[in-house]
Structures are given as C-alpha cells and as structure tokens.
Design a protein around this ligand. Structure first.
Ligand SMILES: [Zn+2]
Ligand SMILES: [Zn+2]
Length: 174
C-alpha cells in the first residue's frame, strides 16, 4: 500500500483504505499459521514536510495452540499512528518518533506489519482450559483421557527405582 505525498496534501487529507500482505519472519516461533487478509483503513494528512497516517488495522489471524497444536482463527484489531517526514530529521524529531522517508510516496506495508506483530497474542491457546496433548502417547486430551500414566518421575527417584529393580532381580536369582 503506497501513499503519495501529492495526493495526501489536500487540506482534508486522503482516505487510505486497502489490503496489505504481511510477511512474518518466524511465524512458527510466534505460533502463527497465517495472517490474512490484513485490512487497513484510515487517513493520511500532509502538513508542510510531515505526513500523519492514522489508521485501523484489521486482520484474521490463524494461530496454532501452544498446548494442543490445533489451529484456530481470531480477529485482530489495532491502530497505526505514524508520522513521516521527507526532510532529514533533527535529534529532537527523532526522539518524537518521526520517520524519515525518501521518494514521492510512502510504502506503508512494513509499518503495518510491525504494528501487527506487536499485537499478536503471546503463547496463544485455543481455549483457556485447553488440556493439551498427552506427553506419553500424544493424544489430544481435550477429546478425553487416554489412560496413560503421566506422573512426572523425579530423576533422583528414577535412579532409586533402578536400584530397587536390580536388587529385586538379584534376590530372585538365589
Ligand atoms: Zn489447545
Ligand atoms: Zn496418553
């Protein structure tokens, strides 16, 4: 999605609307299967050498549950507020988070992508009480109990169990 300086320089600003393709760098690390479509709607307004872009980002995100690995989709909505400048920035302006851009238009997609990534869920779960997968057989425990013994064994206890096993086999040898 591109916004031309000239078309946004009208006094009432420019209505910005369209779809953006977001490429996530490590979707699997974020437990994200897909992010699409990403819809952007807002305004761009030029004042001297500054362009203010204010928009709402709406997307359908398909996550992979971190507990049971099932895919589920969710609607995401967030805001984009960026201030661009087409002349080199002073230190103060950099602190005020202006973005220096060159050319006759602003390519908005990377900023939309950034904002979207910040709004993604951390450790997404399909439902609050998702039971996850059985650590022994891999069954989805949301579909019912598989009957496996999943009591965690303390590694120190495991040694003891082995010692006892050995003693037992020794004594049966007599
Ligand atoms: Zn789940
Ligand atoms: Zn199991």
């Amino acid at each position: 999605m591109e916004i031309e300086w000239i078309s946004a320089s009208k006094t009432e600003g420019l209505r910005v609307t369209g779809e953006v393709v977001v490429h996530l760098e490590h979707p699997e690390r974020l437990s994200v299967v897909s992010v699409e479509p990403v819809h952007v709607e807002g305004t761009a307004l030029v004042h001297d050498d500054t362009m203010a872009v204010d928009a709402t980002i709406k997307a359908t995100v398909v996550y992979r549950c971190v507990r049971c690995l099932t895919s589920f989709s969710e609607n995401l909505e967030t805001e984009l507020h960026e201030r661009f400048k087409r002349v080199p920035l002073s230190d103060e302006e950099e602190e005020n988070e202006f973005i220096f851009t060159m050319g006759t238009a602003i390519y908005l997609d990377p900023y939309v992508g950034q904002e979207l990534v910040l709004s993604l869920r951390q450790n997404p779960v399909c439902k609050e009480d998702c039971k996850g997968l059985c650590t022994v057989c891999g069954a989805d425990l949301n579909n019912g109990e598989c009957g496996c013994d999943r009591h965690p064994i303390d590694p120190r206890l495991e040694v003891l169990v082995q010692v006892l096993d050995n003693m037992e086999s020794d004594s049966t040898g007599d």
